[in-house]
Design a protein around this ligand. Sequence first.
Ligand SMILES: Cc1cc2nc3c(=O)[nH]c(=O)nc-3n(C[C@H](O)[C@H](O)[C@H](O)COP(=O)(O)O)c2cc1C
Length: 400
Amino acid sequence: MDTPKVVLGVSGGIAAYKACELLRRLTESGHDVRVVPTASALHFVGAATWSALSGHPVSTEVWDDVHEVPHVRIGQHADLVVVAPATADMLAKAAHGLADDLLTNTLLTARCPVVFAPAMHTEMWEHPATQENVATLRRRGAVVIEPAVGRLTGVDTGKGRLPDPGEIFEVCRRVLARGVREPDLAGRHVVVSAGGTREPLDPVRFLGNRSSGKQGYALARTAAARGARVTLVAANTGLPDPAGVDVVQVGTAVHLREAVLKAAADADAVVMAAAVADFRPETYTAGKIKKKDGKEPDPIVLVRNPDILAELSADRARADQVVVGFAAETDDVLANGRTKLRRKGCDLLVVNEVGERRTFGSEENEAVVLGADGSETPVPHGPKEALAEIVWDLVTRRLS
Ligand SMILES: Cc1cc2nc3c(=O)[nH]c(=O)nc-3n(C[C@H](O)[C@H](O)[C@H](O)COP(=O)(O)O)c2cc1C
């Protein structure tokens, strides 16, 4: 394939400096990047920086190099346009089709996928005008990633922060790989659980498992790149928040259940990729459990944790909600998977073989996706992201 051509639109938000890092990531990974800042963006980062980092001339207006008709050409030749940060003003202009500078003209002439990474104060983001503009852009097929929550300009904190540039880069990479295909999860809300629960014994010890959360994060990232609103319920992963994803951190199975059920109330699909402990210690000791001289330790009594997957499947928040489970098996993988699918009552069960050195923590996975309709989709050994795409393909088929 030729070098992919990316237009990086930068509008006038305080986070414009973070777009320099996104630009570096894009150029260093072999993309030809043309930066199109707005006049306001140049108040934050100068044209010299964009030009030197991208290796291309930079202008904000349609009146430079008119013989090359840049207001049409740049958009027409792009494989991807990403606007980061996208100001409230830029979202409004894009939603209404205004074309009063080079970036807004480019947005109208581009026929490739378009990603907006909005960043602004919480009030601006939550304003009905902005929300309606975002809904319009999403309806037309743009991927608008949710801003992150955190420190804003000055001392304020809240939703509106530009996600980490590395994570925006991941969205761009996935959207580019999908090409002009419709973001088929646009308008959908999906919930993904990831990681492994920890069931505390005392303030310093817990019963846990080896799940890293990487498969769940791959599911969250791919769903965001396919246009979904994503809630990721993360249990003890220590991984960076994916761009455009609402992350809810939890610790135990009971916390995970609460968070998943709450988010599932208006979800189109729920994918339970987290490794949830089946049992937890019956008692929690408030002080650290001490060795007693000459005595054997007290046995640990376990009690059952709630079966979240079975509960979600039985009491669906919406009749058309798609519920997906994961089954990690160490032996008799397929037979155990089929029994589990029937017992849990979910629509799809991703069955994979695990062991001390298999799957957990690795970047790769191999699985069979069993359907309640009797279907079997083998997924060959490959990146967790590839498995995630197949899961969403199967989910979207059931949603439509
Ligand atoms: C210091 C400062 C920081 C700003 N940060 C943001 C921001 O983060 N998001 C936003 O939507 N607007 C922000 N604005 C307002 C925009 O710069 C303003 O709406 C401008 O007209 C946007 O123009 P553009 O969309 O053409 O880039 C900021 C303004 C100033 C002075």
